[in-house]
Design a protein around this ligand. Structure first.
Ligand code: SAM
Length: 250
């Protein structure tokens, strides 16, 4: 099965404005520096709840799924998922291992990551592969993917509709997108705590353009416009951070 066209692994910036390209570059550089000594940039609960939702979806679909994690960073969600599987009662554990091991699993990120800094528990697996790739031009064949997941990354695409349509393109019919999206309260938190992050041009752009999804109607409208049929949305929190948790079916 052809999953990825041979050499289209990198970001196509041709459809971006110059401002967007500069912002994207700055954001990428920010993460490349951050990942030199930081494992993740997401609340632990957001990764655990998404990993748990993914395992439930795998259980529903059975063996042999093709999965992509978009904007996966240093694969901490995958590591959390392995820990969850290993902590499960023995029957369930064997079942979950079978589901995971039989899948083809791709992680992507626009940042260039040092392969040695990815967790060995994931890096050593034959069914998992990491590729450098941006949301706005996914390196996967049309209708080739069963499940796409993304934790607090998909709405970092400067054109959110382009990214959503790309995910919809690569999903098979009735394929599903499981995604956590930033809540605008994050920006209020930065302001209240006078965070240095506010100086970052990308965050200034996000604030100026009210870029993050403000309410459920907005999310529902955008996901449906991108081609998703069923959209389920909840607002989640870990007490500090808030995020929208969305399940969307093509
Ligand atoms: C908040 S971090 C979340 C990382 C990871 N999903 C997690 O749960 O720890 C956002 C990630 O999205 C990546 N990212 C940002 N814009 C992107 C884009 N346009 N395409 C692909 N990845 C992107 C960043 O490099 C970063 O790794």
């Amino acid at each position: 099965m052809q999953l990825m066209p041979a050499k289209i692994l990198f970001t196509s910036t041709s459809s971006m404005s110059t401002t967007q390209s500069v912002l994207q570059r700055e954001l990428t550089t920010h993460y490349e520096k951050l990942y030199q000594d930081t494992l993740s940039d997401s609340p632990r609960k957001s990764r655990f709840s998404l990993a748990n939702t993914l395992l439930c979806e795998l259980d529903r679909r059975g063996t042999g799924s093709i999965i992509i994690n978009l904007g996966a960073g240093r694969q901490q969600l995958e590591l959390d998922m392995i820990h969850m599987i290993n902590a499960a009662p023995v029957n369930e554990r064997n079942h979950l291992k079978r589901l995971f091991n039989s899948s083809k699993y791709f992680t992507t990120d626009v940042a260039t990551l040092n392969p040695r800094k990815l967790p060995w528990q994931i890096r050593s697996r034959e069914n998992v592969r990491h590729i450098r790739n941006a949301h706005q031009s996914l390196a996967f064949a049309t209708e080739s993917v069963d499940i796409a997941i993304s934790n607090l990354s998909l709405d970092f695409a400067l054109d959110k509709m382009v990214a959503l349509r790309e995910v919809n393109r690569v999903l098979k019919e009735r394929g599903c997108l499981l995604v956590n999206l930033h809540h605008p309260r994050l920006i209020k938190h930065f302001i209240q705590t006078r965070s240095k992050v506010l100086e970052h041009p990308f965050i200034q752009y996000v604030m100026g353009n009210k870029h993050f999804y403000n309410n459920e109607e907005e999310i529902n409208g955008c996901f449906r416009a991108a081609g998703f049929c069923d959209v389920y949305i909840t607002l989640e929190t870990d007490g500090l951070d808030n995020w929208w948790q969305v399940k969307a079916i093509k």
